[in-house]
Design a binder for this molecule. Structure first.
Ligand SMILES: [Zn+2]
Length: 338
């Protein structure tokens, strides 16, 4: 496999301005309906590996935002929330069925948040703060909807938590499942290496974007999902981040930064994160290109029904059938129709 993901030496600091502070957040540890686990992995084994990786880097108090529909199908999955909090971490709300707000009305979305609370309420209330994360970081595709849902969240005593930096990590899940099923151990190791490299490369790019917008390093909120490849690689990612001058901080520290605390005054119907939302507000051109490697990994062991696009389609069908959502393309950038 050709990778072009990390050309900068790992040891170079991510920022020329000092250690880059990031709060780690983890989404969808139960995955989503229609999204597979890799062979040899289970949700509990993934959670244990993620907990161990955080522990080895002395990171505590990490908020996870998981949709709860998979626990409706398998109530045994609820045990992972006990594991999570017993290890010093926190649980937050990420809806039950994971509908993008662009696809449903405010009432439907608010009901879905309440449904998730039935599963997670006792864990959410045990956290220092009642936190919520919008699915795909979509805060409403019209000003009205954005205002309406923020009012509903306030009434429910939820603080919405943005994402400032991710690396499209969930899009590696399909390729990892295929490679573990059909590839050699060397291929699997190469894919894991490319994934770790991509995490660091995207961190460099989006941290640089943020410096271009703010003229400083804001405190970032970094996202990774609870996939099998994340479970197998988080330890190495945190090691590489540490080597590159990253400091792991609590979510409260990140939420005290105005970049995260303030809501960008622009309705963003695109699937983009906080740094790039502010870049649009301030008219600062930044690099928000999708990594080319995401297409390259889809050429690995192609198999009908197991490709990323097919898995996404199945996931969207599950969401639509459960919520009545009207599935529409979600723009990946302001100049993209879909
Ligand atoms: Zn999610």
């Amino acid at each position: 496999m050709q990778t072009n993901s990390e050309t900068t030496p790992s040891c170079l600091p991510v920022s020329p301005l000092g250690r880059l502070k990031i709060a780690i957040t983890i989404d969808d540890m139960l995955l989503l309906r229609g999204v597979p686990l890799a062979p040899g992995h289970s949700v509990p084994s993934n959670v244990s590996a993620i907990v161990a990786a955080l522990h080895s880097h002395r990171v505590t108090g990490v908020y996870q935002f998981s949709n709860t529909a998979p626990a409706e199908d398998d109530p045994g999955l609820m045990k992972i929330f006990d594991t999570w909090v017993e290890n010093g971490h926190h649980v937050a709300n990420h809806t039950h069925h994971h509908p993008p707000l662009n696809w449903v009305d405010t009432d439907t979305y608010a009901r879905d948040i309440e449904e998730a609370e039935k599963y997670l309420g006792r864990y959410i209330n045990a956290a220092p703060k009642r936190c919520f994360r919008f699915c795909m970081d979509l805060w409403g595709d019209t000003p009205c909807k954005c205002t309406a849902i923020l009012e509903r969240l306030e009434a429910m005593d939820y603080t919405p938590i943005p994402v400032s930096i991710g690396f499209h990590d969930i899009r590696w899940n399909a390729a990892y499942c295929r490679v573990l099923r059909r590839g050699s151990p060397d291929e699997a190791a190469q894919l894991r290496q490319a994934y770790v490299d991509s995490a660091l490369r995207e961190l460099r790019i989006h941290a640089a974007n943020a410096r271009a917008v703010f003229g400083r390093d804001p405190v970032h909120i970094w996202l990774i999902h609870g996939t099998s490849i994340a479970a197998d690689c988080l330890e190495e990612i945190l090691h590489r981040f540490d080597e590159a001058g990253v400091e792991f901080v609590p979510l409260d520290t990140a939420m005290a930064d105005p970049m995260n605390a303030e809501i960008p005054p622009r309705v963003s119907p695109e699937f983009i994160f906080q740094v790039e939302k502010w870049a649009l507000v301030h008219g600062v051109p930044v690099n928000d290109r999708h990594p080319a490697i995401l297409d390259q990994i889809e050429t690995l062991h192609p198999a009908p029904g197991e490709m990323q696009a097919e898995i996404t389609l199945r996931m969207r069908e599950h969401i639509a059938s459960a919520t009545g959502a009207c599935v529409q393309p979600i723009p990946l950038s302001p100049d993209q129709k879909h």
